[in-house]
Design a protein around this ligand. Structure first.
Ligand SMILES: [Zn+2]
Length: 293
């Protein structure tokens, strides 16, 4: 756990009395409301830099009522690129995942954008006791962009808050998955800037990526067994594809095979998902043949 939450000490927070990440029971709520970004005429400019794709969104903290600003993505200006195999979203010029967390600089309440406004009175009390009472206020100034380290720190705060408010297993797992994807984005950025693949920094990032990935995997497996779909905004078949793909990366081929089979015999899975499952099946067979030789 120290590994996952390392760096939060400067905010006055620590994980000593928190126990296992996925052991908490979830009390309630799984609504999601994607806020639409401010409407702007779409530009056809191809080479906008990251800052131009962002704006400062004004928010009101659900816990302390202070108004604060956070960087948010202008979705009307985004250009989607093909996602990674495990559904990690990719866009031209910006890694939108970096901007998927809101954090109140006054009281420390932090959450993924889709969950930020949805707190029960009980959860507000839990956050006040478990976060706000200890939190050293952070910087009020909003930078031009969030770099990966800042983004990861915001996600750690978000995960911490989710544990404190007894959020769902899927919310915690999804946070871990996005943190893992952020590490991947950071690695890509470092390599693009000329870092060597064998450098200590890259190796450290890869280890971190895998740590969050394994946590996310464990959490998603538990979430599909205990929560009802949609989970994290995904229907059952999409979630099975995601977990199967993650299982392959984590070399848990039995889990991957089982999920792929479930999709292939499903009467409701659409053609595109079945095709995807067939590709995965082939991938697993190829890998297992390779390791058997
Ligand atoms: Zn606040």
């Amino acid at each position: 756990m120290d590994n996952i939450f390392g760096g939060l000490e400067k905010f006055g927070l620590n994980m000593e009395d928190m126990g296992d990440l996925f052991s908490e029971e979830k009390p309630e709520e799984k609504e999601k409301k994607e806020e639409t970004a401010a409407a702007e005429a779409p530009k056809t400019v191809d080479d906008m830099d990251e800052a131009e794709l962002l704006f400062q969104r004004e928010l009101t903290c659900t816990v302390c009522d202070h108004k604060f600003k956070a960087l948010s993505v202008r979705s009307s200006k985004l250009r989607r690129l093909p996602p990674d195999k495990d559904l990690r979203p990719r866009y031209k010029g910006v890694d939108t995942l970096k901007y998927d967390v809101y954090s109140c600089p006054y009281c420390g309440y932090t959450g993924m954008t889709r969950y930020f406004d949805h707190l029960s009175p009980l959860q507000i009390r839990l956050i006040r006791d478990g976060v706000c009472s200890k939190f050293n206020s952070s910087l009020l100034d909003v930078p031009e962009t969030y770099d990966y380290d800042v983004a990861l720190e915001r996600y750690k705060l978000s995960l911490y808050n989710t544990v404190v408010k007894k959020g769902t297993i899927s919310e915690k797992a999804y946070t871990c998955l996005k943190m893992s994807w952020l590490c991947r984005g950071k690695i890509e950025e470092l390599l693009a800037k000329g870092a060597s693949k064998d450098s200590e920094t890259i190796k450290r990032c890869e280890k971190e990526e895998l740590t969050y990935y394994a946590q996310a995997f464990e959490g998603l497996i538990k979430a599909v067994a205990s929560e009802s779909f949609p989970i994290c905004g995904m229907d059952q078949n999409t979630m099975y594809i995601l977990i199967a793909q993650m299982a392959i990366k984590l070399e848990k081929y039995d889990v991957a095979s089982k999920l792929v089979s479930r999709i292939l015999v499903s009467k409701t899975a659409p053609r595109a998902i079945k095709d995807r499952a067939l590709d995965l099946k082939q991938e697993i067979i190829t890998i297992l043949r390779g390791t058997a030789q």
